[in-house]
Write a new protein. Structure first.
Length: 131
């Protein structure tokens, strides 16, 4: 479900970006044709390039502004499970060893996915057989 939502969001963003790019190219060409008739090709090209450079600077300025600070306090994140907290402590203390273990686990998962799925099933399996 999450994968489908992420793919749809990325697809939508890509389509919007492509349409915006096509619109900018069409607007630039239309402006160039209009200015070419008035001042010639070289000046028209310089004006179109300068105008779209200013648009790019404006977009970069707006995008680089810091986000507005919320006046509402942000709630504290929930406390992690004890096993997760100890695992994160190990990752913080020894990041290179943790990266190596993650790389080996990834290689094992690629070569033998059945073993990883059985480990996950054993981890989530109910440990109390009398229940």
């Amino acid at each position: 479900m999450i994968r489908k939502t992420v793919i749809q969001t990325l697809t939508t963003a890509t389509v919007v970006a492509v349409c915006a790019g096509i619109s900018l190219v069409a607007a630039a060409f239309g402006l160039f044709v209009l200015l070419r008739a008035l001042w010639g090709e070289a000046i028209a090209c310089a004006i179109v390039a300068g105008l779209f450079a200013l648009v790019a600077l404006l977009v970069a300025f707006v995008a680089s502004r810091p986000a507005a600070v919320s006046k509402h306090p942000v709630p504290a994140p929930p406390e992690p499970a004890p096993i997760l907290a100890s695992l994160m402590a190990v990752v913080r203390e020894k990041p290179l060893v943790s990266a190596a273990v993650a790389a080996v686990a990834g290689i094992i998962a690629v070569r033998n996915p059945q073993m990883i799925s059985s480990l996950i099933a054993a981890f989530f399996e109910d440990s109390d057989p009398q229940a």
